[in-house]
Design a protein around this ligand. Sequence first.
Ligand SMILES: [Fe+2]
Ligand SMILES: [Fe+2]
Length: 135
Amino acid sequence: MSFFVWTESMSVGVEEFNNHHKKLIELINKLFDAMSEGQGKTVIGDILQELLKYTEYHFSAEEAKMKELGYPAYPGHQAEHQKFVEEVTKLYRKYQGGDLFLSVDTLNFLKDWLNKHILQTDMAYKPFFTNKGIK
Ligand SMILES: [Fe+2]
Ligand SMILES: [Fe+2]
């Protein structure tokens, strides 16, 4: 059983974004496994960086679609994205600087944030995109 599992209840109705979310979940699991196995700094640092890059890629894709279609809740959604990118950037820097030992708490933070963001903030755009015919 993986640390974090995507379920149908997390579907935001847009296939591209569901796939992005699955990939983000996969990266968090990869990080969890590397931590559990006691992998070295290079391996863990690389996964953290990959997670950061993919997070930025996914957020940009969502933001572009929201802007393109005039999604009214865009500003708040974008602000949440930005805050998370800042948090993960901080984690990455601390880790690289040797000031952070990756713990279950850190992994739980990443998991809980993403889970909550998908189920609440992303889910809020589902009816809007569905009405615009986006699948
Ligand atoms: Fe989002
Ligand atoms: Fe998302």
